[in-house]
Ligand binder design. Structure first.
Ligand code: GRG
Length: 303
């Protein structure tokens, strides 16, 4: 069994990492906000700073560290992933998508700031994140090829073959019973692609060789799917108040791992994927109690 962090160590690790991520996000916002007219800034600010677990940057930094990377400038690079994630949640909550009024226990961005500013905020964050990633990679003194590759990873994960494509499949799949392969394809793109890119970008920033990148990739793919199964389990077994968000998957008529397999089997699948993630690290010779603990946290979290 791989070495993990104790509960206390994980709590301290997450708190420490979140603080650094928040600080890098605040710097990123200071660069982005002056580029848009003042009335639109509140929506961007809210979407990016209204809480969240900050898992994607934390995974990116952990992958960088286990790959031998030591520069503090990894934090600015890692938050490019969070800028994409923030845009996706803001747009996902819009009336033309999931029409949600509650997220992270608070009113959603369009409820507080209006639909047009929220649409603008998402549109600003998408290229803003790519630009931020490139500039952060340059500030790490990475070679030009690595800087371009990092932006490529971010854009591929966010685009039609990744998150946006997955969201389209999700919208088209409402009120339909999807098969397991269809559900896997949807979530590998919608949720999994950005999580997987988090690991890959950490590895690329550290200059890993191909087999190590492959190990991080496999870990990322497994936790990406495990994350979604855990999300479906939480959605099916917790109230909107406990989760701090609405509407539920059932209210939206969505197929989920729980509707397809039931609670027990979904739990079993999520645990199996965590084991696969740990195995991928072992196979690549990557020793990271942090990544092991994060994989377990992803399926045991309560939010
Ligand atoms: C134009 C079709 C089109 C799409 C735009 C809206 C969109 C792009 C993509 C939606 C992607 C999406 C909402 C994926 C869900 C991912 C997910 C499970 C989010 C929850 O992640 P957590 O738990 O959130 O990490 P916190 O709140 O902790 O940040």
């Amino acid at each position: 069994m791989s070495r993990s962090l104790t509960e206390g160590e994980l709590k301290a690790f997450l708190a420490r990492e979140r603080e650094k991520v928040e600080s890098a996000l605040s710097d990123a916002l200071s660069a982005l906000l002056p580029k848009i007219p003042e009335p639109f800034r509140g929506a961007v600010q809210h979407g990016v700073t209204s809480g969240g677990k900050r898992l994607r940057p934390i995974l990116c930094v952990a992958a960088y560290h286990v790959s031998g990377g030591r520069k503090e400038e990894i934090y600015p690079l890692s938050v490019s992933l969070e800028l994409i994630h923030a845009y996706s949640l803001m747009h996902d909550d819009l009336p033309c998508m999931d029409d949600a009024d509650l997220r992270r226990g608070e009113a959603t961005t369009h409820i507080l700031h209006g639909e047009a500013p929220t649409t603008v905020a998402g549109a600003l964050l998408l290229p803003g994140a790519a630009l931020h990633a490139y500039e952060a990679a340059e500030a790490m003194d990475l070679p030009e090829t690595a800087c371009s590759r990092l932006v490529l990873e971010l854009c591929q994960a966010s685009g039609g073959g990744g998150m946006v494509g997955g969201q389209v499949l999700d919208l088209l799949g409402e009120e339909q019973e999807l098969t397991a392969p269809q559900l896997n394809d949807l979530h590998r793109r919608k949720t999994g692609a950005l999580l997987r890119a988090s690991l890959r970008m950490g590895g690329i920033a550290a200059g890993v060789d191909a087999p190590t990148l492959e190990g991080l990739d496999k870990y990322g793919e497994s936790i990406g799917l495990a994350f979604q199964i855990a999300d479906d389990l939480l959605d099916a077994t917790s109230s909107a108040h406990e989760l701090g968000k609405n509407p539920s998957d059932a209210e939206l008529g969505k197929s989920t791992y729980v509707s397809l397999f039931g609670v027990e089997e979904a739990h079993r699948k999520a645990r199996g994927l965590v084991e696969s993630a740990e195995e991928a690290l072992i196979q690549a010779g990557l020793v990271s109690p942090e990544l092991v603990a994060l994989a377990r946290y992803i399926v045991e979290r309560k939010r």
